[in-house]
Design a protein around this ligand. Structure first.
Ligand code: FAD
Length: 544
């Protein structure tokens, strides 16, 4: 095997772990420009490790009744409901269809990632502050750097469900109503759509035996500290498959969710990701097919049908074929960034000239902040991934949630207690298409400051009252809001679309993903709300 191409070898990595420990989970996520081509030796290596993603990619038909762009939360729901309604559906997904296996390493880890981890890039510095480089490839996590903000999102069949942390709480009523301004009825969401998705994804909080196991020492310490600071931790619903975590602890499966792995995928299928439910059922109808390796570059309408330009790409990023497909119905589910890009480009080029002036606007980060404080009793194990609990509070006048998080990838405890902060911050940005069709995101220079300050204030209060070690403040790394893993907005419900995701000015054109959400899911992680809104949109569209 050719040299791995990492600039950080194992020894350097361990030395850097000292830095990571001191830096905690907080710090800027830096980005370098991607290399144009994949390294052949690496591609052969990945082929030998995961031959499934190199199988010949099927070609979609030239015309389909319905095209769905993207196979994440919104796209999977749409595909199933269209297929169940008898509509022939093709799902176009740029990423690969990754398998699962209890013993093989399908996905790479955050500790020493290789190209399977990242979408068409060669380096990454995440929240642990350890800079890493790796081979250019079509891996599962896409990190795009815009001025003043880095945006993380998925690139795989199953979208975010493959790489997300699986925390799926329901937002509180008062904050939900402040975000959705009465366009979405909260009562209907909690009585019908949230329960429907919760059942399908089998959500539940971490069971007691796992909470008391070694990898969740950090969760127990987190709860102890927040209680000592006067807060009340509440359990959080999770998508993780608890029997698989028990298998990991018993040695029946390769360690994954119990060993800080998730952001770059769980090889053993430790999450009920969308491949195991919505997408599987959609395929099972015989009326929906998923096409991995299909990157949509533009959308339009020719007066009769929707017209979609698509590049068929190999897992290494090589363009294998360029095609134009048509459909009677077009469902946009490429995520907040993917859908916004396609829409602002279509408006600028005139290929969807009737789109209104709200296109590209209303984008927010969900107030994401990565936080670190010290742990007093260091354990010998790495940290388990599923989020056990959260606290809800207010800081600097902004509703603020802190969630028990984990330090990604590091196989031993670093003395860092991580939290994810979610702040309901009104700052919004917008996407803009340049003359050559390139799309950028305008996000204010100090756009992250208010969220960062609010989340930091709560974290600081806990650290102080619970006597946790405070070195992160001294080195300025206690709170990092330079990235978001929760991009939301760009085709906001009630503005670009009607109150049910139907794009104004067009028939049979829907937005069913995070682009429809007005920049925040009201201090909750977004995936449950995105999936529930997609169910609601499809019910209305299909007259169910
Ligand atoms: C590391 C990480 C952890 C997270 N943890 C949580 C969590 O614990 N809880 C939670 O609720 N949320 C979490 N999220 C956020 C969550 O993943 C997203 O909010 C959610 O996946 C968005 O759903 P979606 O349907 O809008 O889009 P996605 O799930 O992102 O799906 C969009 C799909 O479209 C594809 N696509 C994009 N552009 C194109 C194109 N041009 N052509 C073809 N295909 C395209 C993408 O490859 C992707 O598969 C996390 C995100 C990250 C990155």
């Amino acid at each position: 095997m050719k040299e791995r191409g990492l600039t950080v070898d194992r020894r350097e990595f361990l030395a850097l772990m000292g830095v990571a420990t001191a830096a905690g989970v907080a710090g800027p996520a830096l980005v370098s420009p991607p290399r144009a081509h994949a390294d052949d030796a690496w591609v052969s290596t990945f082929r030998s490790w995961v031959p499934e993603i190199f199988a010949p990619l099927p070609d979609p038909p030239a015309h389909t009744e319905a095209l769905v762009i993207g196979s994440g939360f919104g796209g999977s729901v749409a595909a199933l409901r269209l297929a169940q309604a008898g509509i022939q559906t093709a799902v176009l997904e740029r990423g690969s269809k990754w398998p699962n296996d209890p013993h093989r390493e399908i996905f790479t880890g955050d500790d020493l990632p290789d190209g399977r981890g990242f979408w068409h890039r060669t380096s990454f510095t995440g929240v642990t502050q350890v800079p890493m480089s790796f081979a250019y490839f079509g891996g599962v996590l896409d990190c795009t750097s815009y001025p003043n903000i880095d945006v993380w999102r998925a690139a795989a069949v199953g979208g975010g469900s493959v790489i997300f942390t699986g925390a799926m709480p329901v937002p509180p009523r008062d904050l939900f109503d402040r975000v959705f301004l009465g366009k979405v009825d909260y009562d209907e969401m909690v009585s019908r759509y949230y329960p429907r998705v919760r059942r399908k994804l089998r959500l539940s909080p971490i069971p007691r035996d796992l909470y008391h196991s070694a990898p969740f020492a950090h969760s127990r310490e987190w709860n102890r500290q927040v209680r000592a600071a006067g807060y009340h931790p509440e359990p959080v619903d999770s998508i993780f498959k608890w029997p698989v975590l028990r298998d990991e602890l018993a040695g029946r499966s390769r360690a994954s969710a119990t060993a800080g792995r998730s952001n770059l995928g769980n090889s053993n299928g430790a999450k009920y990701d969308l491949n195991q439910n919505y997408l599987k059922e959609a395929r099972g109808t015989g009326r929906a097919r998923i096409y991995p390796g299909h990157n949509v570059t533009s959308i339009g309408h020719d007066g009769k049908r929707y017209v979609v330009s698509v590049h068929k790409i190999s897992p290494a990023g090589e363009v294998l074929r360029r095609r134009t497909l048509t459909a009677d119905r077009l469902i946009l589910a490429a995520g907040s960034v993917g859908t916004s890009e396609l829409l602002v480009r279509a408006k600028a080029s005139g290929s969807l000239g009737r789109l209104n002036g709200h296109v590209g606007r209303g984008w927010g980060t969900n107030g994401d902040v990565a936080l670190a404080r010290g742990v007093t009793g260091i354990q010998a194990t790495g940290q388990g991934v599923p989020c056990a609990s959260r606290i809800q509070t207010e800081a600097n006048g902004l509703p603020t949630v802190l969630m028990n998080w984990y330090v990604p990838g590091i196989p031993v405890d670093t003395g860092t207690l991580a939290s994810l902060g979610l702040v309901m911050d009104p700052t919004r940005g917008r996407f803009h298409a340049g003359p050559a069709g390139q799309v950028t995101l305008h996000w204010p220079k100090h756009g992250n400051d208010r969220a960062r300050a609010a989340a930091h204030a709560v974290n600081h209060r806990i650290a102080k009252r619970a006597d946790s070690i405070m070195e992160y403040d001294f080195i300025g790394r206690a709170a990092n809001a330079s990235f978001t893993a929760h991009p939301l907005g760009g085709a906001v419900i009630g503005a670009v679309t009607d109150d049910y995701g139907r794009v104004r000015g067009y028939d049979d054109l829907l937005v069913v993903d995070g682009a429809a959400v007005p920049g925040s899911t009201a201090t909750a992680n977004p995936a449950l709300t995105i999936a529930a809104l997609a169910e609601r949109a499809m019910d209305r569209y299909l007259g169910r």
